[in-house]
Ligand binder design. Structure first.
Ligand code: SAM
Length: 234
């Protein structure tokens, strides 16, 4: 890729500190609620089994843990990891009455868990923000059990030229929307730049393959505006 990630950790932290309290609202507004459908497809494809352990990295306000626990009738356990305390605090508030969930303020590049521990590793709209993606993928592989599954939801590339033109025009309006709603345009400039610089679907598959994962595949969502990558530790 496109090395946007070099030395940008502090920028990323600042971005999420700036928007955390409006994060959920802006997600709904900017995507017209479609991110909810994408996340539902994500969990449907994961198809988790009862009594399994999930690590959700860059977990944010907890959308993926919520869908996961619902899908397995609260029988398993979720470990939410995020480097931003404020985002984790919002997640904690949502799950105040749930026991089988815990939170860790850590970087995706160095996870505080032993090897071969989790059945599933998920990361949704997080990998693009990580400074060293190879390190994060290496950690994902390490903490998964043999037979465990990696699933990543991320913005990707639209291949239809006409649609892409509309999408680009729409994206350009987001900083102004951010300024109007949150009072800041910079986080939304970061958002569109980071999407622009992120891998294509095939480049990201290659990146995952480089970290020893097997059976890599992906599904496009909304014509490639987002994509889900799936891989297994065998
Ligand atoms: N997963 C949630 C979702 O799908 O709504 C939140 C996604 S939000 C766009 C990205 C999250 O990644 C933020 O909460 C941010 O703090 C976190 N993040 C960014 N870089 C990270 C890193 N290197 N390690 C852990 N978390 C990170």
């Amino acid at each position: 890729m496109k090395t946007y990630h070099t030395n940008n950790e502090r920028l990323v932290k600042r971005v999420f500190q700036d928007v955390f309290d409006k994060y959920d609202f802006m997600n709904d507004l900017m995507s017209f609620g479609v991110h909810r459908l994408w996340k539902k497809s994500f969990i449907d494809w994961l198809n988790p089994q009862n009594s399994t352990k999930l690590i959700d990295v860059a977990s944010g306000t907890g959308d993926i843990p919520k869908l996961f626990l619902k899908k397995i009738n609260n029988t398993g356990k979720v470990y939410c990891v995020d480097e931003n305390k404020e985002m984790l605090n919002l997640s904690k508030k949502k799950f105040y009455n749930i026991k089988n969930i815990s939170w860790y303020c850590n970087n995706a590049e160095k996870l505080p868990f032993k090897d071969n521990y989790f059945d599933y590793y998920t990361i949704s709209f997080g990998i693009r923000n990580v400074e060293n993606i190879d390190k994060a993928l290496h950690e994902a592989y390490r903490v998964l059990k043999p037979g465990g599954r990696f699933l990543c939801l991320e913005f990707s590339k639209v291949r239809n030229e006409i649609l892409n033109k509309f999408y680009k025009v729409y994206s350009k309006s987001l900083p102004a929307l951010g300024k109007f709603v949150v009072g800041k345009s910079e986080p939304y400039e970061y958002l569109i730049n980071s999407i622009e610089r992120f891998y294509t679907q095939d480049e990201f598959s290659e990146q995952i393959l480089n970290q020893k994962f097997s059976n890599i595949s992906y599904r496009n969502l909304s014509a490639g505006i987002a994509a889900i990558h799936s891989a297994w530790k065998v």
